[in-house]
Write a protein that binds this ligand. Structure first.
Ligand code: CTP
Length: 423
């Protein structure tokens, strides 16, 4: 019996799932392109998510024609910003609050594993074949006559139904090993499974991650940390050997998951800052190992600072776990470190006493200040110079330890200090 291919029409999902403004935009884009005798498609993650009923507003459009020309046609009567990459004939549109990627349909070849691809214009079928996984290699017609029609050349729909992540050809991970991390991310985000051959090849090719620049790996890690539950992909990455490629000492287990959960509670309703997640992930590393990771991934300064500070505070955990230190001692042990490093330590410390002391610092001690300021001291007759700072520190300590509780008591303490100096 001849199997008649069923046409899947996604126009209803487009109207339902995309904001009216975006749905209207892609309809117009399809009409304009068709008027120029070319074809336009919606591709990649947004098609996958239309089929899954998941929100996704990152539109990727592919044109069998020129993406840069299309960008200019589209922006003729719309207010927006166009950024172009003539070498790849791609364009990015920033229109209202939306970012829209326009790409010229192309095929790709890789000169060596991990290199950026050489591209040349090609038909949509080549453009879909160059992609990472079948579920990301589907397209939707935007030409007015076929608007909403699904194009599924490589079995993406079937894999969606069976919840499988499958590469398109067996050199996929060798060409671009970032797909190792991408595969784990989709698998864990969607609750899918790596299809058996894909899993075997992923394990075989994990070493290919060494061919990828630290910048590209950092981007993949940032994407993982932007997921709802990053620990899931990190655990799977440990199991399959990808985490060790970041650094052999990294571990991701249930305890890390619990710490990440605390980070989410802390940041709710926002996502935790990446520096906080990374400080928790790297908490078991030595300072030397942390420096290796920072320079390999070329982490931004602010993130590197949080991780370094977390490592320094770790060396103070024993003192923080001492029962009954004066509050000023706790203050001095933690003062000057990035607040997120202190927060990370409060989630990572094993000792409940240390955790209590860190929380006391975060909730209370770090805000304690003397009532008197430098000008008040000068008015009391203290000469400008380092002694002003010395007295302010003395007053802060007295406040922290409850030795003074009022402005008047601070004035008396300053007078005592002055009397001692004039003896
Ligand atoms: N792509 C690929 N190989 C990569 C990166 C991207 O084949 N290494 C393709 C996939 O078809 C992907 C599309 O480019 O769907 C867009 O990339 P990206 O925005 O990273 O993927 P999304 O699927 O949109 O990702 P997400 O859902 O995580 O936003």
């Amino acid at each position: 019996m001849v199997k008649i291919p069923v046409t899947i029409d996604l126009s209803g999902q487009i109207e339902k799932q995309l904001p009216a403004e975006l749905a209207g935009f892609i309809r117009t884009a399809g009409e304009i392109t068709s008027g120029q005798g070319q074809s336009l498609y919606l591709v990649g993650g947004v098609v996958r998510d239309l089929l899954l009923g998941r929100a996704n507003l990152d539109l990727d459009l592919v044109i069998e024609g020129s993406a840069i020309d299309l960008a200019h046609w589209l922006m003729q009567d719309k207010q927006g910003k166009i950024t172009t990459h003539p070498h790849f004939n791609t364009a990015k549109l920033q229109w209202h609050k939306w970012d829209i990627d326009l790409t010229t349909a192309r095929s790709e070849t890789y000169a060596r594993p991990g290199a950026l691809p050489r591209v040349k214009p090609g038909p949509l079928s080549d453009d879909l074949f160059r992609r990472d996984f079948t579920i990301n290699a589907m397209a939707v017609h935007l030409d007015p006559g076929r608007f909403g029609e699904l194009i599924d050349l490589y079995g993406g729909m079937d894999d969606l139904k069976h919840k499988l992540i499958r590469i398109l050809h067996e050199k996929s991970f060798i060409d671009d090993a970032t797909r190792v991390w991408r595969g784990l991310r989709y698998e864990q985000r969607l609750g899918f499974k790596l299809e058996p051959v894909t899993l075997k090849l992923l394990k075989r090719d994990t070493d290919m991650l060494d061919t990828i620049s630290g910048d590209r790996i950092r981007y993949e890690l940032e994407c993982i940390l932007g997921e709802e539950f990053p620990e899931k992909a990190l655990c799977r990455a440990e199991e399959l050997g990808a985490l060790a490629k970041l650094h052999p000492s990294l571990r991701s287990d249930r305890r890390l998951g619990k710490k990440f959960g605390k980070a989410r509670g802390f940041a709710y309703p926002n996502l935790p800052p990446q520096g906080l997640y990374l400080a928790l992930l790297t908490h078991s590393l030595t300072s030397g190992e942390i420096e290796c990771l920072i320079s390999y991934l070329r982490l931004p300064k602010s993130v590197a600072q949080i991780i370094r500070d977390t490592a320094s505070i770790k060396a103070r955990l024993e003192s923080l776990a001492d029962p009954g230190p004066a509050p000023s001692r706790i203050y001095h042990l933690l003062h000057g470190y990035a607040p997120l490093a202190i927060v990370a330590t409060s989630f990572a410390a094993d000792s409940p006493v240390a955790r209590r002391h860190i929380e006391l610092y975060l909730d209370k001690l770090r805000y304690i200040k003397p009532a008197l300021n430098g000008n008040d001291l000068k008015e009391m007759g203290i000469a400008p110079g380092p002694q002003i700072k010395e007295i302010l520190n003395l007053l802060r300590e007295a406040r922290l330890d409850g030795k003074v509780t009022s402005k008047q008591a601070e004035v008396e303490l300053v007078r005592e200090w002055m009397a001692e100096r004039t003896l």
